[in-house]
Design a protein around this ligand. Sequence first.
Ligand SMILES: [Zn+2]
Ligand SMILES: [Zn+2]
Length: 424
Amino acid sequence: MIEQNGKTFASIDYGIIPFQENQEKYRKEHGDRMDIREEIASLKDELIALRRDFHMHPELGFQELRTSKIVGDYLENLGMDVTRGVGKTGVAGLLKGKEKGKTLMLRSDMDALPVQELNDVSYRSQNDGVMHACGHDGHIAMLLASAKILSRHKGELKGNIKFIFQPCEETMPGGAKAMIDDGVMENPHVDAAFGLHLASEIPIGKIGITEGAMMAAGDKFVIDIIGKGGHGAMPSLAVDPVFISSYVIQALQAIVSREVDSCDAIVVSIGMIEGGTAFNVIPGTVRLTGTVRTLNESLHREVPGKMERIIKGVCEAFRGQYKLDYQAGVPVLVNDAEKMKFVRLIAEQVVGKERVQDFPAGMGYDDMSYFTQAVPGAFYFIGSANKDKGTDYPHHNPRFDIDEDSLLIGTEMHVKLALGFLKD
Ligand SMILES: [Zn+2]
Ligand SMILES: [Zn+2]
């Protein structure tokens, strides 16, 4: 905090946001909760320390033992009812307000990625081959800081807040589903869910908002093309699964180009082709592994049938057989209109109307969609890119990093959403 015109004022300029000269003007424009911003500013060192500690000790999905222990202990120290081991390594903390009312979920993910960090920073990953390359370290820190501040303000809450720290966001079907299967949406029943993701595509100081369908459904499929092995020089005596695969790969793109409405976004990608042992041997099988992404939930349900019909037709045409293992992954993440309106309102208070940016839907996925499928909810992006600090590498890149000022913005969003939602 600094002294300005004899008044204390949180010395946060949120990176590129020009410093607010006039506290009264700021109050008028951005709501009257300056106390919250100042409280968050006073936690800046802790926020960064937490984030860097998680960054140094990343853990892969469903292996977040150290992380979830720290999270559970932190929430317990705040006096919350803490449930550990929800959805394997997930943690849920319950903060009860002064009066009975709705229950709001605030969610963070906790897992890291199998990526070797290339950043040369003091808080570099200590676990070889594992890295927080998606910003989940920041998500945990922000939600813990929010828990601390909101527990100080529980007298203002009409209802409860469930702080959800979920494992394994990066691997399908992920930790959100595991936590729901373990009953995290009940006792007390969750009425609404908010979550955020740091975004290196968005400059620091901005908040990205998407109305409606925001992130894709993501599925995985494994296709075994089964032929009959033989000599490369005598293909007529064999059934060549390599040859058949080449047709299957092309024919599957008909799902995108000929099978769905041109205005519906869908992607079919094959990422792995496995088969064969020698240049002159026709193998017995070839395995194709890939993913399907779409922003349309009803289309999402139709894809496996279309895929099977196409594979079957191609394989029959060339005397082959097939086995399709279609693994439905996460559903489409659809933001509830009313909840998103509320997020926009709070975001405008936090960063200013001109820095709330409409962000296009994308084909990435996030299993937050299980929560927003279960209850009305909203998910949004906190900009963390700052070219000058080198934090504009894409997510999952070995040089990914965040502008840590974004932690203040995300925390303020969590806190003000909760205070606003549980006001009356
Ligand atoms: Zn990620
Ligand atoms: Zn992520």
